[in-house]
Design a protein around this ligand. Structure first.
Ligand SMILES: Nc1nc2c(c(=O)[nH]1)N[C@H]1C(S)=C(S)[C@@H](COP(=O)(O)OP(=O)(O)OC[C@H]3O[C@@H](n4cnc5c(=O)[nH]c(N)nc54)[C@H](O)[C@@H]3O)O[C@H]1N2
Ligand SMILES: Nc1nc2c(c(=O)[nH]1)N[C@H]1C(S)=C(S)[C@@H](COP(=O)(O)OP(=O)(O)OC[C@H]3O[C@@H](n4cnc5c(=O)[nH]c(N)nc54)[C@H](O)[C@@H]3O)O[C@H]1N2
Ligand code: SF4
Ligand SMILES: [Mo]
Length: 716
């Protein structure tokens, strides 16, 4: 069999952005093998378990391959898998596009352009697929703007406030650490290419400490697991600071040179309420452990030792106080000066290092042409339920949403307060377009369905939020069926609605060139041709004389208004409204609506291969034995998990992975039995649309619930 191999990049929403080698059978053009690129310095030749099985997704028999239209008179209700064609009929692209254009024109005419709402997140994080032609189209239309807050808004804003830029320690440099703290970071499940570097450090004597309310794979493999109470990380960070300042362990020289507001922070941290004994009561972590960790953290890197690095991930900032918590954690290396040495510092996100030209890709200047003479209103994507069911009641809000265009997202599954979202999606007067690879739960509510490519079927430019390599992902196989990528879909809509406008004619290569045409010095010398030739290219991110890249090792790196690491305003700890501190009798349990190690949010949940890997967590509520006993629940019992927003049916499992007062279940497609009672809901039926303290992020991990044994048959 004659084969060729092409370089692509995994476009899933993962910090690792792996280089991928795809083997193609030359005769049939079919991909036969997918592997990690051995030449990529972070991928290092392996893929995670879910993408190692990616060809099962690409060639899945249930792929959506053709445009579809809802059959006349079919109600918007959850569909039974495999019977989608009872609700939808195939149409040509031309017909699908003219239907969309006609309906959008009517709706814009009748209700104004703001009544159109785009809804997208990170089905692909390719620069073009994530945001380029789509933004141009919606800007030009004058549609409502979407604030894309559902994942990283609070943490991103925290980094910006403390550092002025979203960059951090390179994953390769964790190999040089003497202490790694995985803080709200499930590295083994969500960011597995960091793991070998941590193992390398551990072979040199480094310790791995995990701070997580759930005993993840990462926690189980660590040297120490601190099972913190959810939503109390900001206070733990203050407790660590308390010990560091009280014992004079801070790096005064570094603080003087590189930070602003140190005195105020010191005084705040030294308050009695931040003493380890007091912090222990709220966080659940013993006072001695807090004091010991503070000393170990501050001492690492001194006297020739290896420094301490924090892998802060987005778990911390999914709580109501998560922005302040992330800000407090991010201040720690500024106090100990751990940025000064290779293997120190902190990594939350690297995305700010890339500096692609978003202006050129998205053309925000088109927005000014909105008929209202102002920029269109902004809708927070973490409040989709309210946007679809309440927006427009007050005249100052503008019109209700009458058209919803979903792409790169399985909104019916991933958005909080799902019952409100589903109520919105069921509206007969809402025109909904869904562009996806599969008949997702969101697709069930579409009026028009458009087929989307996998990353094998389209070309894109890739940055990363967990490393410093720019890549081009080549199109490796011909698109299956009639799938079209996001650029093609929005380009055609633009050309149809706004004929003659040049910006809708750009193709993929032109857009890649525009993205790389950037003033960022770190992109200097990086062109499409070079990326096509070399596969990946390291950002030219300011190495020192020794060729090392040490972000924030001196004051030149900070992009805050003071030009220093910003330690003010001091982080004040406020418990989330839905947390154990505030728990009432009605809903006393803290709920962790988690991600699955072998899915990517809701992606992969529909494949038998991936379901097998996640079988042990399917439809399961993990409980502490005491909480189960108090409710007369035994392992295997059917239970109802509920609060004022919703209820789901699950099967109890006394797993030992959660502490007392905490229960956990994972994301699933609604129609796949995330809820065993068949109500067509998943864990997000319980989460709220409340926003984080800064950044307007979603607060999935600040959710209170109660659990009771289901009546009737107890063994599901
Ligand atoms: N396998 C897999 N990989 C993924 C994803 C996936 O769904 N599956 N999703 C991708 C996406 S979208 C993202 S954003 C990244 C996210 O990567 P992470 O930031 O690692 O995401 P989470 O799993 O949400 O949270 C990490 C951990 O935080 C814990 N946590 C919850 N509440 C708290 C708290 O109050 N304090 C502390 N200290 N910890 C808390 C959770 O139990 C969880 O184990 O991963 C990406 N990678
Ligand atoms: N309870 C709970 N809820 C959560 C989270 C959690 O941890 N717990 N995590 C939150 C986080 S961090 C995130 S990032 C969000 C993720 O929310 P989403 O970004 O909506 O993630 P997915 O569920 O993976 O859905 C992405 C969809 O995009 C489609 N897609 C892939 N590539 C393309 C493409 O090229 N074009 C188009 N048009 N579509 C494509 C996929 O088939 C898939 O159906 O979920 C959030 N929701
Ligand atoms: S999901 Fe992440 S770890 Fe898996 S292949 Fe993609 S980038 Fe790599
Ligand atoms: Mo995310």
């Amino acid at each position: 069999m004659e084969t060729r191999t092409t370089h692509a990049v995994c476009s899933l929403d993962c910090p690792d952005s792996c280089g991928v080698m795809v083997t193609i059978d030359a005769a049939s053009g079919r991909a036969t093998k997918i592997q990690g690129d051995p030449a990529h310095p972070v991928t290092r030749g392996f893929l995670c378990g879910k993408v190692a099985k990616y060809l099962d997704r690409v060639y899945a028999p249930d792929r959506l391959l053709y445009p579809m239209r809802r059959r006349a008179g079919v109600a918007k209700v959850p569909l039974v898998r495999g019977r989608e064609l009872e609700a939808f009929e195939r149409v040509s692209w031309d017909e699908a596009m003219s239907t969309i254009v006609d309906r959008l024109r009517e709706i814009v005419e009748q209700f104004g352009p703001e009544s159109v709402l785009p809804y997208s997140y990170a089905g692909t994080i390719g620069q073009l697929g994530y945001g380029s032609m789509d933004r141009r189209f919606f800007h030009r239309l004058g549609a409502s703007q979407l604030d894309r807050t559902i994942c990283a808004a609070a943490g991103g804003e925290a980094l910006k406030r403390v550092y002025g830029i979203k960059i951090g320690t390179a994953p390769e440099d964790f190999a040089c650490s003497g202490l790694v703290i995985a803080w709200g970071a499930n590295i083994h499940g969500n960011n597995v290419h960091l793991w070998p570097f941590i193992e390398q450090a551990r072979r040199q004597g480094a310790r791995l400490v995990v701070i997580d309310p759930y005993r993840t794979r990462t926690a189980a493999l660590a040297d120490e697991h601190l099972q913190i109470h959810p939503g109390t990380d900001g206070l733990l960070a203050l407790g660590l600071m308390h010990v560091i300042f009280a014992e004079g362990l801070e790096d005064r020289e570094y603080m003087a040179a590189c930070t602003h507001g140190g005195d105020a922070l010191r005084a705040h941290a030294l308050k009695l309420e931040h003493a380890p004994e007091r912090v222990a009561e709220v966080t659940g972590i013993p006072a001695e452990t807090i004091a010991r960790l503070a000393r170990e953290y501050a001492a690492a890197g001194r006297e020739g030792g290896r420094p301490a690095a924090i892998r802060l991930n987005y778990g911390v900032q999914r709580s109501q106080n998560g922005g302040t918590a992330a800000r407090a954690v991010a201040m720690l290396p500024l106090i100990t000066g751990s940025w000064k040495r290779r293997g120190g510092g902190l990594l939350l996100s690297m995305s700010g290092a890339f500096g692609f030209n978003a202006q050129k890709l998205e053309m925000p200047e088109l927005m000014q042409r909105s008929s209202l003479g102002r920029a269109a209103r902004v809708v927070n994507m973490s409040q989709l339920g309210a946007a679809l069911t309440e927006l427009g009641r007050k005249p100052e809000d503008g019109p209700p949403v009458h058209a919803l265009f979903v792409y790169n997202s399985n909104a019916a599954v991933v958005a909080p307060n799902q019952n409100a979202v589903l109520r919105g999606l069921r509206r007969d007067d809402l025109f909904t377009v869904v562009h996806d690879q599969f008949f997702t739960d969101t697709a069930d509510y579409a009026d028009i369905l458009l087929p989307a490519p996998t990353f094998l079927e389209t070309k894109d430019l890739m940055g990363a939020y967990g490393h410093r390599f720019v890549q081009v992902s080549e199109q490796t196989i011909l698109p299956l069926g009639e799938v079209r990528n996001n650029v093609a879909v929005f380009g055609e809509l633009g050309r149809r609605m706004f004929p003659g406008e040049r910006c809708f004619e750009d193709g993929v290569d032109e857009l890649i060139d525009q993205a790389l045409d950037s003033a960022s010095p770190w992109l200097a010398g990086i062109t499409r041709e070079r990326l096509e030739r070399e596969g990946h290219v390291a950002l030219a991110i300011a190495p020192d004389e020794a060729g090392q890249v040490l972000p924030f090792s001196d004051a030149s790196w900070f992009r805050t208004p003071t030009g220093r690491g910003e330690l003010t305003p001091v982080p004040e700890f406020v418990a989330p409204e839905e947390s154990r501190a505030a728990a009432g009798e009605e809903y006393p349990l803290e709920f962790l609506p988690r991600k699955a190690d072998n899915y990517m949010n809701s992606t992969f949940a529909n494949h038998a291969t991936h379901q097998k890997m996640e079988a042990a967590t399917a439809g399961v509520l993990e409980m502490h034995a005491d909480d189960a006993a108090a409710r007369g629940v035994a392992s295997g019992d059917a239970v109802e998990v509920f609060n004022a927003r919703g209820r789901i049916g699950l099967r109890a499992k006394l797993s030992g992975k959660v502490g007392r007062g905490v229960v956990a279940a994972r994301l699933d497609w609604n129609k796949l039995g995330g809820d065993a009672s068949g109500s067509g809901a998943n864990v997000n039926a319980l989460t709220s649309e409340r926003l984080t303290d800064i950044g307007g992020g979603a607060t999935f991990y600040s959710t209170l619930v109660e659990v009771r044994k289901s009546e009737g048959d107890s063994q599901l």
